[in-house]
Design a protein around this ligand. Structure first.
Ligand code: SF4
Ligand code: ZN
Ligand code: ZN
Length: 310
């Protein structure tokens, strides 16, 4: 199988555009796709300094590599990695993120949750029941990651935070917001949320890439990523079932997922429903929160530290 653009061996077939690609042309195809997303949805409008959240996994490594290729020298890029304290898993993932920062000579900040805040995600996981924390470990971990990223971006005067959420993540978020009826969940399905009251704008440049595309992109540019799953990743969840159903439709109707996302975004834009929830200031740490008293992170941290003391 030859590349549709040159004589090289093809490594990927893209059914939606009916083309096959060699390594070089595949990297070009994916970078153009991300660039078009950024331009169409004005993700980097007014952004002079950008935090890039890098866990070391395939999506965040692809995000870092693509944004560096497209914007190095035009926008100030700052990589941020959080060591969540999930034993060996977090250490190995963080090492990969560091390797990329060094290779690309990108400024970075690595936060060790235990050193900085006195607890780890493993600690939460082990004590969840005793602490009467009823949310799933991934939801609690999400609160922690969002908080830490926002705090660093604020302190560093960054204009936005880019995360490696891909098309599957966004499509699931759309469906989750319909199930929960929550405006906050709906906000998480948007490609860009504005900065307001200390909450730094968040952007998702990989919104139109599938899991397979970010994987192939890394392979095409010969980039190392952390491939192990988190030991706490939840199996057999509603998310998995929803994504399997969407994938099976996509298989029969190539382009279905992309048009679902495009049309959803058009609908939200036209009805102006997005992210107009009130933002309060946390009475403990002063960071933005949707709760009128103390933020979810400070509440979680207080519960954990009280428990650690006893
Ligand atoms: Fe955190 Fe869940 Fe991701 Fe593990 S799988 S890093 S617990 S969000
Ligand atoms: Zn080619
Ligand atoms: Zn707080």
């Amino acid at each position: 199988m030859k590349c549709s653009y040159c004589n090289m061996q093809a490594i990927a077939w893209e059914p939606a555009v009916r083309r096959q690609y060699c390594n070089n042309h595949y990297a070009w195809f994916i970078e153009r796709k991300v660039e078009k997303t950024i331009e169409k949805y004005k993700l980097l409008q007014g952004v002079r300094k950008l935090v890039i959240a890098v866990s070391g996994g395939k999506d965040s490594v692809a995000l870092l590599r693509i944004l560096h290729k497209l914007y190095d020298g035009k926008i100030k890029l700052l990589g941020v990695t959080i060591d969540l304290g999930i034993d060996q898993y977090s250490r190995e993932a963080s090492m990969i993120a560091l390797k990329h920062y060094k290779e690309l000579s990108i400024d970075y900040i690595c936060v060790d949750l235990k050193e900085e805040y006195g607890f780890t995600i493993s600690y939460i996981k082990m004590n969840k029941r005793v602490l009467r924390l009823h949310r799933s470990i991934c939801s609690l971990c999400g609160t922690v990651k969002r908080y830490v990223l926002n705090k660093i971006a604020s302190e560093e005067n960054a204009d936005a935070i880019a995360t490696g959420h891909n098309m599957n993540d966004l499509l699931y978020q759309i469906i989750a917001s319909m199930i929960s009826g929550s405006r906050e969940d709906l906000g998480k399905a948007l490609l860009k949320t504005p900065s307001r009251n200390g909450l730094v704008s968040r952007i998702k440049p990989l919104a139109f890439l599938s899991d397979k595309q970010t994987l192939l992109y890394n392979m095409a540019i010969d980039s190392v990523f952390f491939w192990k799953s988190c030991p706490y990743a939840e199996q057999g969840t509603l998310k998995r079932d929803v994504l399997d159903a969407l994938d099976s439709i996509e298989h029969k109707h190539p382009g279905f997922k992309e048009s679902l996302l495009v049309n959803f975004l058009k609908l939200v834009e036209s009805t102006k429903q997005a992210t107009t929830g009130i933002v309060y200031k946390c009475k403990r740490c002063g960071m933005p929160t949707n709760k009128p008293d103390i933020c979810a992170f400070c509440k979680l941290r207080e519960t954990l530290l009280e428990r650690i003391k006893t």
